[in-house]
Design a protein around this ligand. Structure first.
Ligand code: PEP
Ligand code: MG
Length: 891
């Protein structure tokens, strides 16, 4: 018979797939002798079996649960439903990857009308017993019986008011008894059944509910966001209860072994005295900093910090630990690898190498390249004198500006319209996840650094401020106030998540810099990686940024962006509108020195590093005014000023725009097809490159430009364009007397080019895979239309696993890349190959590029650090390769 249920002493931390992260760690901690309340875990396989049997628990699973329950009863000496010594348990979900707050938890299960009396007797604390029972009824009804908590809260509030109390602690045992009767009435009314009294029935209903919660809306959204597969299922952990709410010698808390915001090596966390389980995480009461526990419970604190050290050493990573103190005795309820900001991830990885806990390779693998984006965000300019409106807890660093919204749904709607919003809430719950995703940042007035909002925001790299109590929210009139200042829905605020400050209006920000630890990690990445990293940059500023971020060269300089400059566009238009060759040459002669200046700036910024310059790519009509707008102008002039010269000019322009108009511009007259029909344009560009290089050589820089021809589909196109470039080079040499060394290569971005790469390689010194166009043309998707119209639905319905314009489609487009490399190198083994589509800055695509044998990836300057790390990770994962050293070392 298959084993579905494991006692805590039967598992270990290697069994995460089966027991979920939480279950595997509870087992591990039990085995190393930590004070963990005993229990058992129902496996993720049982979850899948539950769904396979049409959402019912198979008999064999039920039998094994009962057997383990017996075992738990023996071990604790307590029995389910026994009023003289009742067993109470918590029932919690736990999937392979941590999904904080996304699935359901039930505490105090096993309470009923009889056991509550027993607990009162045993603890000599009737108030505590009835309070626990009413909490259980509420939680169980919410999670299992689907009765809205609103009804319970309403009743509690009414009772409090009736009695003239202002807070819960004033309620007596008798008061709670009254509330319990009311709660049972609510259950009866909404479910048409009495609240279940049999603990075993409670248990099986709770297990079903946890399994069902795997597919609740917020869990599905969270999985999609974090790319967690749906088939994994969740485990269920059944653990005997300990109570943090038994008086002032009890408490509960959460702590990280290092600061998850900055990475500093210091115990970081918070606790609440006389509180239970979820109170800290839920963020309802604002807890105290862990360091003050030393003063309140000295013994417990030192035992706890020792346990933290031990757990960190054992797992060799920063831990996030939940604990409860029951009448002065410490219990560990959970440990898991702590979620952290990018800044913390880097600092912890680097310091753990220095401390000898992990080696460099492991440190490199510890940091998720995607997270690095966070560090390359702008922050508030220190020169700006801040006028602080309010200050809360600095829960997740980063700065953000946006309109204030108070509702997650609204944040989602405005976010999808491209508006920048900051979600301001009393607290957030897992149901707000879609609003947090859409917002630039989150502010809460309650809750601490480990509250839901803080954990989720840190995970997403969003700025977050918690526990900002001076901010009084009025949800009904959609505004908040701080002292006399009123901030209304839609007003702009700026927040600094690193300091916890909130300010009115928009505030100047500055560009990011790399920290010392970040530089250290990237230096290790460079030692390790066997794949070049270049940048896509079109101007000297971007090139400088790329150089600063460690790019080994420019992999793509798109020359069309240089044409878009306001001063140049009239000349570009004159070139396009030219009626004859002479007119066109006149315009090109004006453009040449401008292009030359740009190239000199880029060469200078990149020092001696290689620079690949692509000749003009987009269809020419992109440089002309919009057809519809022009038509309106012409029509107006025809009515108002029919004899004007302006009308003639506009009519002329409209005629040309119409001539250039295409049905499918992406598949039309663009790329090398421009050079084939108007060779003078490409000749001008090639000359500007050679003049610029000659200038640099004179200055002593070792420039070796790489000239790239776009959108080649047939070898004959490249052959002609190559000849043209060589001729331009010859002319410049003759004029200047300077010999420029250069190469001529091509983009591979049309399927036919990949399929005939052996022929094309005969005319190319290098290939650069333009996977943006290659994805468009392989799928037959026009990117602009697909992303706006159907692609989102395709991804949501899992027709496609990912957006293929963001993550390379390895099975289809990737096959063409592989073929291109293989065929190209058949003809020319030394052929240099790279990628310059968006995928060059995406970690999984980078891994693919390494496996496929590309020499380098090229991405936007801000993604260069990410790519350096991802390239190192790919090299560590797949081992070094024997590609000729000289080719790679220059990148
Ligand atoms: C590409 O097609 O991948 C590419 C880099 O060129 P562009 O995005 O400019 O078309
Ligand atoms: Mg392209």
């Amino acid at each position: 018979m298959k084993k579905y249920v494991y006692l805590f002493n039967e598992g270990n931390s290697g069994m995460k797939e089966l027991l979920g992260g939480k279950g595997a760690n509870l087992a591990e901690m039990t085995n190393i002798g930590l004070p963990v309340p005993f229990g058992f875990t129902i496996s993720t396989e049982a979850c899948n079996a539950y769904y396979e049997s049409g959402k019912t628990l198979p008999n064999e699973v039920m039998d094994q649960v009962l057997e383990s329950l017996n075992n738990l009863q023996q071990k604790t000496g307590k029995t389910f439903g026994d009023p003289s010594n009742p067993l109470l348990v918590s029932v919690r979900s736990g999937s392979v990857f941590s999904m904080p707050g996304m699935m359901d938890t039930i505490l105090n299960l096993g309470m009923n009308d009889e056991t509550v009396e027993g607990i009162a007797e045993l603890t000599q604390n009737a108030r505590f017993a009835y309070d626990s029972y009413r909490r259980f009824i509420q939680m169980f009804s919410d999670v299992v019986l689907d009765v809205d908590v609103y009804y319970f809260e309403q009743l509690l509030e009414e009772t409090r008011e009736q009695k003239g109390y202002s807070s819960d602690p004033e309620m007596t045992a008798e008061d709670w008894k009254e509330v319990i009767e009311g709660y049972k009435g609510i259950v009866k009314k909404h479910t048409r059944k009495s609240f279940p009294q049999d603990p075993k029935e409670q248990l099986f209903l709770a297990i079903d509910a946890v399994f069902n919660s795997w597919n609740n809306q917020r869990a599905i959204v969270y999985r999609r966001l974090n790319k967690i597969p749906d088939h994994l299922g969740t485990a269920v952990n059944i653990q005997s209860m300990v109570f943090g709410n038994m008086g002032n010698d009890s408490g509960t808390g959460v702590a990280f072994t290092r600061d998850p915001s900055t990475g500093e090596k210091t115990l970081y966390g918070e606790y609440l005295i006389n509180a239970q389980g979820e109170d800290v995480v839920a963020g309802i009461r604002t807890p105290q900093h862990i360091s003050t526990l030393k003063n309140e419970m000295q013994e417990v604190f030192s035992q706890f910090s020792e346990t933290c050290d031990r757990l960190e050493q054992h797992y060799r990573d920063m831990q996030d630990i939940e604990f409860t103190v029951e009448r002065g005795k410490l219990f560990i309820l959970q440990t898991r690898t702590g979620k952290r900001t990018a800044q913390a991830a880097i600092r912890i990885a680097v310091e753990m190498v220095t401390e000898g806990i992990i080696d460099k390779k492991e440190a490199l693998l510890r940091v998720d390249p995607d997270q690095l984006n966070q560090l390359l965000h702008r922050r508030i300019d220190d020169k700006y004198e801040r006028k602080q409106l309010a200050k809360g807890l600095p829960a997740s660093p980063g700065a953000a500006t946006g309109q204030v919204v108070f509702d997650a749904d609204e944040a989602e709607v405005l976010g999808s319209e491209g508006k920048k919003v900051i979600l301001v809430r009393p607290e957030t719950t897992p149901d707000d996840i879609h609003g947090i995703i859409a917002a630039q940042a989150v502010v809460t007035t309650r809750g601490g650094m480990t509250s839901h909002a803080a954990v989720v925001a840190r995970g997403m790299g969003k700025a977050c401020i918690c526990g900002c109590e001076s901010l009084k929210i009025d949800l009904r009139s959609k505004q908040f106030s701080v002292g006399d200042t009123l901030v209304k829905h839609g007003d702009i605020i700026t927040i600094d998540g690193a300091s916890g400050e909130i300010m009115l209006g928009e505030i100047p920000m500055i560009e990011p810099e790399l920290s010392a630890e970040f530089k250290q990690l990237l230096a290790w990445a460079d030692e390790e990686r066997d794949l070049g990293v270049r940048a896509n940059a079109d101007n000297p500023e971007d090139s400088k940024k790329a150089f600063e971020f460690g790019a080994g060269g420019i992999g793509l300089c798109r020359t069309e962006h240089m044409f878009m400059d306001a001063k140049r566009i009239p000349i570009v238009q004159a070139m396009i509108l030219a009626e004859n060759y002479e007119e066109r040459i006149t315009a090109l002669d004006q453009l040449l020195p401008m292009q030359q200046e740009d190239f000199e700036g880029i060469f200078e910024a990149m020092q001696d590093l290689p620079v690949t310059i692509r000749l003009l790519d987009p269809p020419l009509h992109e440089f002309l005014p919009d057809k519809e707008e022009l038509l309106v102008e012409v029509t107006k002039l025809q009515i108002t000023d029919p004899q004007s010269s302006q009308l003639k000019e506009k009519e002329q322009l409209l005629k040309k725009v119409r001539q250039l108009d295409e049905f499918n511009p992406m598949l039309g007259h663009r790329g090398c097809r421009l050079g084939m029909i108007h060779p003078e344009i490409y000749a001008m560009q090639a000359k500007a490159i050679f003049y610029a290089a000659a200038q640099m050589l004179k200055k002593g820089l070792q420039i070796k430009p790489e000239i790239m021809i776009p959108l080649v589909g047939h070898v004959n196109e490249l052959r002609d364009m190559r000849k043209l470039v060589i001729e331009a080079g010859r002319q410049v040499k003759e004029e200047t007397g300077v010999e420029v060394a250069y190469t001529v290569g091509t983009m591979i971005e049309i399927p036919r080019a990949a399929l005939t790469a052996d022929q094309i390689a005969g005319e190319a010194d290098f290939f650069s895979f333009g996977t943006n166009d290659l994805t468009q043309t392989t799928f037959g998707f026009s990117r602009d239309d697909a992303e706006g119209k159907f692609l989102q639905t395709y991804i949501e319905d899992k027709i496609l696993p990912e957006n293929p314009f963001a993550v390379l489609d390895q099975e289809g487009v990737g096959l063409l890349v592989e073929m291109g490399v293989k065929l190209g190198r058949q003809t020319k083994p030394e052929l240099k190959t790279g990628i310059c589509g968006e995928h060059g800055g995406e970690k999984d695509s980078i891994d693919f590029c390494y496996r496929t044998g590309l020499d380098y990836v090229s991405c936007s300057p801000y993604r260069v650090p990410l790519a350096r790390l991802a390239a190192a990770q790919a090299t560590i994962r797949h081992g070094k390769r024997n590609r000729e050293e000289s080719i790679i070392s220059v990148m």
